[in-house]
Write a protein that binds this ligand. Structure first.
Ligand code: F6P
Length: 460
């Protein structure tokens, strides 16, 4: 057997870098800040898609990491990324917020693309290496690697929810997905409920009870780089930018903020409806209240995302049409991304942050807001976001209950400073004590000392 020379290999859909105007720059985001330091420390490798279709790049060194770009042809982009990952699995794993689409040709390409990621990992991994696979795009990779490399330790972490057994049942290829995941020694999910859902599915569809499973299956709730947020939040520049933002918005008595990818799982329409009604009811005064919604463009090739954009923009238009004035908007809507520093400044400027996900694996925006604020500000948080399990001092809401959501926004807008301070300080303790580094260490500590799991049966 020919081995590669990397002792730690991370496999994720995306590389930790973006290609921009002919050069590579580190990509923002939780996964990168969590995992990249570990990869650098052990001079390991990261296998992932370079982010553009039909472009091929040779492996290269970047900031102490060996990066192995996987090129996706336009057919793979359509069927593996936009199709099976984002139009089949994404809605299925987020409780059918939109109907998932099942196409055999997408599945075939998911299989062959997973095989290419797996082969790259097999080629890179040293004897007895540790391989850590991330997320729903690559659920077949653990078994595919295991079939060739009984010597390696394999971990898989799912960043999004794992659906209940009755929803997962819809997937025509459910058995293959489960067998794919069972190729890993350690299978990690965000919450205990995801672990339970996975165990039930394995029991029902593969007939393997929890007691019989040789794998470690556990919840590892992901977090953020709290120190990085503190550093930026404490910088004079950021605080100045936050004050400036408020001034530019005409210094409202209450600034309500939402920061999300423009995704139908985030409940952006629900929060806009609630805000609209609060203005209509006269509970919030548009002269004193402003709402800023940052909606970062995402998966723009998919119809469901285009439809959502149309609906959001129409509703923003309606609200501004009714409640805006020459010199002020009731909703400031931005359909572009913000730098990390500007996002933290916006957190500092906000009086109330709205996280109203209809379903969310964790939601790191909620944790970032808490880390940035530490002892002020109000957080309205959906009970369907994984973060609600830890941030129980937030104003927890069911975003489908518009009356309840309105109450929570009103409470947030009127929260006395002493109460805001007590709630936020208690949540900050949770976030600071369970940061991203602790998350990554917990997973790798479980993974590293384990003997490899026996190879399961092959995928269909
Ligand atoms: O949280 C799930 C996830 O797929 C992340 O891996 C990713 O950062 C985010 O959603 C955005 O998705 P995409 O990679 O499709 O732009």
């Amino acid at each position: 057997m020919k081995y590669g020379n990397q002792s730690l290999v991370v496999v994720a859909n995306r590389l930790p870098v973006d290609r921009c105007e002919g050069s590579w720059s580190p990509s923002p985001g939780g996964l990168v800040s969590a995992v990249a330091p570990m990869v650098k420390e052990s001079r390991g490798a990261w296998i992932g898609w370079c982010g553009t279709s039909d472009e091929e790049f040779e492996p290269f060194e970047f900031d102490g990491m060996h990066l192995v770009p996987i090129a996706l042809g336009s057919d793979e982009y359509d069927k593996y990324y936009e199709g099976f990952s984002n139009a089949t699995l994404w809605p299925l794993y987020h409780d059918l917020v939109v109907p998932p689409q099942f196409h055999r040709s997408w599945w075939k390409t998911y299989l062959s693309t997973n095989a290419r990621f797996a082969q790259a990992a097999v080629d890179a991994a040293a004897h007895e290496a540790t391989i850590w696979i991330h997320d729903f795009h690559l659920q077949l990779v653990p078994e595919m690697i295991r079939a060739q490399r009984p010597d390696v330790r394999i971990g898989f972490f799912n960043h999004i929810p794992f659906p209940s057994e009755s929803i997962f049942a819809q997937l025509p290829w459910r058995d293959s997905i489960l067998r794919g995941l069972l190729g890993a020694d350690v299978i990690g999910f965000q919450l205990d409920s995801d672990v339970e859902n996975f165990r039930s599915a394995v029991s029902r569809f593969l007939g393997i009870s929890s007691e019989e499973l040789p794998n470690t299956v556990r919840a590892y709730p992901i977090s953020i780089d709290a120190d990085a947020i503190h550093r930026v939040a404490e910088a004079e520049e950021t605080q100045h930018r936050a004050r400036q933002m408020r001034e530019e918005l005409d210094d409202p008595r209450c600034l309500i903020v939402g920061v999300d990818r423009l995704d139908y799982t985030k409940g952006i329409l629900h929060r806009l409806r609630a805000y609209h009604e609060l203005l209509e009811d006269g509970v919030l005064d548009p002269q004193e209240t402003t709402f800023v919604q940052v909606a970062v463009p995402s998966r723009e090739g998919l119809e469901s995302y285009q439809d959502l954009r149309d609906e959001v923009e129409q509703l923003v238009g309606n609200i501004n049409g009714s409640f805006g004035a020459m010199d002020r908007a009731a909703v400031h809507y931005f359909h572009h991304s913000y730098s990390f520093e500007s996002t933290v400044a916006l957190y500092l400027a906000a009086d109330v942050l709205l996280v109203t996900s209809l379903r969310d694996g964790m939601n790191l925006v909620a944790k970032e807001y808490v880390a940035a604020r530490h002892d002020s500000g109000a957080l309205v948080l959906s009970e369907f976001a994984g973060a609600a399990a830890e941030l129980d001092e937030a104003l927890l809401v069911n975003p489908h209950d518009i009356a309840g959501l309105k109450d929570a926004i009103r409470l947030g807008a009127e929260m006395p400073p002493a109460e805001a301070q007590r709630r936020m300080a208690s949540m900050a303790e949770v976030v600071d004590g369970h940061d991203i580094h602790r998350w990554a260490r917990a997973f790798l500590d479980d993974l590293r000392p384990m003997p490899p799991t026996r190879a399961p049966t092959t995928a269909e």
